[in-house]
Design a binder for this molecule. Sequence first.
Ligand code: GRF
Length: 193
Amino acid sequence: MVKLTGYKRIKTAVFISGTGSNLKSLIKFSKTRQSPISINLIISNNPKAKGLNYGKKFKIRRKVFNFEKKSQIENKILNTLKHYDIKIIFLAGFMKILSKNFILKFKGKILNIHPSLLPKYKGLNTHQRALNNKEKYSGCTVHFVNSKLDSGKIVLQKKVIISKNETKHSLAKKVLIQEHKLYPRAILKVFSL
Ligand code: GRF
C-alpha cells in the first residue's frame, strides 16, 4: 500500500456565512487519499454560522471577522491567511463580496460555488428567479472568482431538471445535493489543469 507520509497537501481556507453543508463536503473530500488539499482554516463573517461547528468537530481553526469596516478587515484576513500559509480560498455560501484588492492578492486562487447555471442568475435568489422564468433546468457552477460578481472562469457545472411542482425550497435542496459532489470534482479538475 502506498503510504501518504510526506505527501504534501496544499493548505486552503473555506469562507462561509451559514449552514456550511458545502464546507462539510469539502472537509470530507480533503480527508480522502486523492485530495490535493487540506483545509486548515475556516473564516466566517457571521459568528452564528452553523457551519462553524464543523470546525470544532473536525478540529479546524475558525476565525470570525466583522465585515463592517471591510478594507481593514480584509487586511486582517490577508495577514491571517499568510500566517497560516493558506494558498487557496474556497468560498462556500459566503455572503460577503470581497474587494478587488483582496481578489488581486489571491489572483486565480479563489473558487466559488454558485447555485445556478452561470452566466444565468448571478447574485441572490437564484432558485426563485429560475422558477419565475419557467426554466426547464437549473443547477450549480464552480468558478474562479474575479472582481465581477459570479463572472469568473467556469470550472464545472451540473444541471438538474426542474420538475412540474418544483418550489424554490425543493429546487434548492436538489441543487445542494449536486453542489456537494461538484465542488470536490472541480477542485480535482483545477489541480489537473
Ligand atoms: C449554497 O447553495 C451555495 O451555492 C450558496 O449558498 C448555499 C450555501 O449552503 N452560495 P451551505 O452553507 O454550504 O450549506
